[in-house]
Design a protein around this ligand. Structure first.
Ligand code: FE2
Length: 145
């Protein structure tokens, strides 16, 4: 699978997980929230380790990449801070919903700005090769059953 398709697949899975979270009982929400935090952390790590270095190598210094990776780092810290708080039904749900609004907006920006850039700058062969490296580190490949 192409690197860009692996990123899209992880994003859709995070959206699905968030939808499941919203529809769950408070007890189930606490468990799903952990899966959601794990999925986001795994996905960020995969992008930071494989995808962005490969894109930066091809694109050189590009402010659009700096913007999105900077935002990604800030969001990662926010997610970690929320994860560290003890879970309180209702209160945590609101906090996580606000966090996910930002995370999903970030994902959409990645999809509209960064993925087209990668499709343009990296050859089809390179995207496949990069995708194969990313796959075992993706959120979907590491999701609990
Ligand atoms: Fe992403």
């Amino acid at each position: 699978m192409k690197a860009t398709d692996i990123i899209l697949r992880d994003h859709r899975a995070a959206e699905d997980l968030f939808e499941t979270f919203k529809g769950a009982t408070p007890d189930a929400q606490e468990v799903i929230a952990k899966d959601l935090f794990d999925a986001l952390a795994t996905h960020e790590k995969m992008e930071d380790k494989h995808f962005y270095p490969a894109l930066e190598e091809a694109a050189g210094d590009d402010p659009a990449i700096d913007d999105i990776t900077g935002e990604q780092t800030r969001l990662e810290m926010e997610v970690m801070a929320i994860r560290a708080m003890s879970y309180v039904a209702g209160e945590s749900e609101d906090r996580i919903a606000q966090m996910m609004d930002k995370v999903l907006a970030h994902a959409r920006e990645e999809e509209s700005v960064i993925l087209p850039m990668a499709e343009e700058l990296l050859s089809a062969e390179r995207l496949e090769e990069l995708g194969a490296t990313m796959e075992p580190d993706s959120a979907v490949a590491n999701a609990p059953e």
